[in-house]
Design a protein around this ligand. Structure first.
Ligand code: BDR
Ligand code: CA
Length: 302
């Protein structure tokens, strides 16, 4: 089977780190062309460093890592403490085995997508600043992606405010640009990811895999899995690997950028109401199948 070429845009982040490990453990299905880091859960300096350390943990420091934007488009960066101060729950990860490939992740996105129109799947695990900045460089750049699969938003309640999910709250203007871009979008929001919560039993299931990567995952999850958290970002990669675990419906999604109380909210309307759709909104996942996949793949890594 042909491998799917992907680029992963991320802000590690414990669940981003888990998503990276899942992708890195799946070379038969996924051809990772590069990773771009963005500020979000923690500062850019920390997200890029964490991504480098995850690549090293997985013995895949050959994958090019590009630093992207250090702040949202129009507002100040809002970080979070849920991933611990360092973004990876204080886990003992190895030091980077390779330097950054570049500090211009936005140019990397632009160049890669335009070089292979219709081929590359862009996986977005953090605030959408990097792809939105790519749009400001070239309006139809995301139209060159085969699809953009993102973790963000919610058709139910949020997790930063009652209305907004973290990634869209951090850069609502970027999210709005992406949803109005006309690209093939797949939205994986909290309404779906809350079906794969992190529980003690799931952490034990991961720890039982026993590889260095699985034990690092356990360390990270011991810190991250203590609040209103779930396996948000790994769902993006799991969807590429086993789409049959997921189901959803096409809908029109817009992002609130004006009303202060609702800022960053994803407003999901049925086609019957909106008259058109701009995204596939996933709403159901097979939780046991998801964790089975994750554990099986963590077992393939060092
Ligand atoms: C999203 O916010 C971040 O904290 C996680 O990494 C995930 O991407 C969940 O709302
Ligand atoms: Ca993330």
């Amino acid at each position: 089977m042909a491998r799917t070429p992907i680029i992963i845009d991320c802000d590690p982040g414990v669940d981003d780190a888990l998503a990276l490990l899942l992708a890195l453990a799946s070379p038969d299905e996924l051809d990772i062309l590069g990773i771009t880091a963005v500020a979000g859960n923690v500062t850019l300096a920390k997200t890029q460093y964490n991504a480098q350390r995850i690549l090293t943990l997985a013995a895949r420091a050959d994958v090019p890592l590009h630093a992207g934007s250090a702040s949202p488009m129009l507002i100040d960066l809002h970080t979070t403490e849920v991933h611990g101060g360092d973004g990876v729950g204080g886990a003992a990860l190895p030091e980077p085995a390779a330097p950054l490939a570049s500090v211009n992740g936005v140019a990397f996105l632009n160049d890669s997508l335009s070089a292979r129109p219709g081929e590359i799947t862009l996986c977005c695990l953090g605030p959408l600043t990097n792809p939105a900045l790519a749009i400001t460089n070239r309006k139809n750049v995301l139209g060159d992606a085969r699809q953009v699969v993102m973790m963000g938003g919610s058709s139910e309640r949020g997790n930063v405010t009652e209305h907004a999910e973290f990634n869209f709250f951090v850069d609502p203007h970027a999210a709005r640009l992406v949803f109005l871009s006309g690209a093939e979008l797949v939205m994986i929001g909290l309404n779906l990811t809350r079906q794969v919560p992190i529980t003690d039993a799931r952490i034990a299931q991961i720890a039982a895999v026993g590889t260095k990567s699985a034990l690092a995952a356990q360390q990270m999850l011991e810190v991250y899995g203590r609040g209103d958290t779930a396996m948000h970002d790994p769902c993006v990669i799991a969807y590429l690997l086993q789409p049959e675990l997921f189901s959803g419906h096409r809908a029109w999604v817009d992002i609130e950028v004006n009303n202060a109380e609702h800022i960053g909210q994803s407003i999901v309307k049925d086609i019957s109401e909106a008259g058109a759709a701009n995204a596939l909104v996933l709403d159901k996942v097979d939780a046991d199948g998801f964790f089975e996949l994750l554990c099986e793949r963590l077992g393939r890594l060092p």
